[in-house]
Ligand binder design. Sequence first.
Ligand code: G3I
Length: 424
Amino acid sequence: MVAVFFCCTGSLWAQETLKTYADKIPLNIGTCVGSAFDSNDQTYINALKREFNTVVCENAMKPYSLQPSQGSFSFINADKLVAFAQQNNMKIRGHTLVWHNQNPNWLSKGSWTRATLLAAMKAHINGVLSHFKGKIIEWDVVNEAFDDSGAGARRTSFWQNTIGNDYIDSAFVYAHQADPAALLFYNDYSTCTMNTKSTAIYTMIKTMLANNVPIHGIGFQSHQQISDTSTSFFAGMKANFDRFAKLGLKISITELDVRMPLPSNQTALKAQAVVYRGFMQLALATPSCQTFMMWGFSDKYSWIPQQFPGEGAACIYDENFQPKPAYTALLDVLKAPIISTRFQGFSRPAHGPWSFDCESNSILVQDGQPGHPVLLEMFNPKGAKTGEYYSQSGVRTPLTPFNMARGTYILRANGAAARIPLIR
Ligand code: G3I
């Protein structure tokens, strides 16, 4: 009897999940949640609680869900997920306030002037942000405002056509007025690398910041394909992320999935794992990236087959909730964070364990090579290096005199990175 008890307890403690490791870094790791939650699929819900610390409504916070008739808000479904998240100590992203899609007819098919549509936008944003005040870590204020022409042009929509280019500025200003503490994001797809669309967005946000429009982050949706495995793809992505980070923006991966032609096969699943791995590596290497969301985690409920007939298998779990190579890839990266090639001169790079003591602002490196000093580097949330110094293994090294403000920093010991919350 006693033996059984210890055996079970031991295996529970030993369980490795994405959430276990993401919590340590820390990283918001999550998924969109939709019909599986509504239909109370317990297998799904158990996996959701086990693997993730963050959720986003797949459809329940979109305007057609929240304000089905003008002036009449319906928060029931969204509130259910918010309550579930709070009960399970999970964070919540908000998606989305202003979009060309999934609007109620009164809004998208209404007869508007610039002034009346701005007023309707303001009323929606006010109603939604007031309701969820203090509960949402990041809001997608405007979603997908640029088209796919390759010219970096604005998408034609009732927002764009009726109000003009500055509808985006107005949305962010209204959101900031409604909840001054909310973190406000612009979110779009096909923007991970440097291209005309991401450059148009970069230019827009730079102008917004210059005009003091309150925008705090950019969401890269990241609906990828299994061909996105090349070194040049990830190098382009890094350069792109870096330029947005240099604007002082938070960077979130908001809707990652990696689709493939059906039926899947082992080669495709391995390629898919490479893509997921690359995204997680880049997220952890980007100090301003604190959120890594997938658009679904089980192939059973993915949106892909409906919108891309003949394609699917885009998630990290299969239809029977069995982890795929992509799941293992994410877990591997979370367990052993990035090793930078810059430090290959060390015969045995330190992977940790190393620990940071918030109280004394000092770090203890436990597995450096005897006689080989460990290079410690500190990066602020904007990606700028705030310190670089050497430490001996086993010696607690103070991080002062670096004058760092409160926030989450990336610390690398011989290239192995971890995030540290600095509380002052
Ligand atoms: O509401 C009706 C329901 O009454 C009906 O019974 C059912 C029958 O299929 O359809 C329901 O509407 C569907 C809705 O999802 C809710 O399930 C729509 O047909 C369907 O088109 C809609 O798809 C959503 C899609 O956005 C709309 O563009 C997907 O679930 C959702 O995953 C997807 O999410 C978007 C992000 O918001 C933005 N980025 C891209 C991403 C993928 O398209």
